[in-house]
Design a protein. Structure first.
Length: 187
């Protein structure tokens, strides 16, 4: 059976019509619909999801107050000051009272001494978190300085203290200066 090449089948006519409508309809909607005429009430539930939104398209100001992200972590800072370490026993040189939660605690200071040294610890109710031994070997009359940095993540089960305590290890005077303890909530 031969078919005339000038005559098209009905399937081709339907396909061409469908193609034409699919190309013309969005253009018609773009011309005929007023700007911002499609709103929240026209969208189905969960129609707009994160993968469908371009990065940077939604700003903090665009979100409802309850949907805005929480501000950055709480930060607690306490200046411990300066002082001489006793010849025997421990001395608390800086402390904070932290609420329940996980905290990144950083203690910084400066050790100054002639001979001997000191040991310092970052402690809470749960025990020692970080420990630093600072030795000074020098002739009498020569003051050496060095940084003191203690850091750890402290998990508080309940509100309680976190402190830096130090102890003099040798003879002579060991001073601790510019002590500062900082805590930032991590969870």
């Amino acid at each position: 059976m031969t078919r005339d090449s000038r005559r098209r089948s009905p399937a081709v006519a339907i396909a061409v019509t469908a193609l034409t409508l699919s190309l013309v309809s969005p253009a018609y909607a773009a011309v005929q619909l007023a700007r911002n005429s499609v709103g929240t009430q026209h969208l189905r539930a969960n129609a707009v999801t994160s993968p469908k939104i371009d990065d940077g398209a939604v700003t903090r100001r665009d979100l409802a107050t309850g949907a805005r992200p929480k501000p950055p972590a709480v930060r607690v800072v306490r200046e411990g000051g300066s002082g001489e370490l006793p010849d025997t026993g421990w001395r608390s040189v800086a402390d904070l009272t932290l609420p329940r939660g996980a905290w990144l605690v950083v203690a910084k200071g400066r050790m100054v001494g002639g001979r001997g040294g000191a040991t310092c610890e970052l402690v809470s109710r749960r025990g020692v978190h970080d420990h630093l031994k600072f030795n000074i070997y020098a002739d009498v009359g020569l003051d050496l300085q060095g940084p003191l940095v203690l850091t750890d993540v402290v998990r508080q089960r309940q509100r309680g203290p976190v402190a830096v305590r130090c102890q003099n290890l040798g003879y002579g005077t060991t001073l601790l200066t510019d002590m500062r303890i900082t805590a930032v909530r991590v969870r």
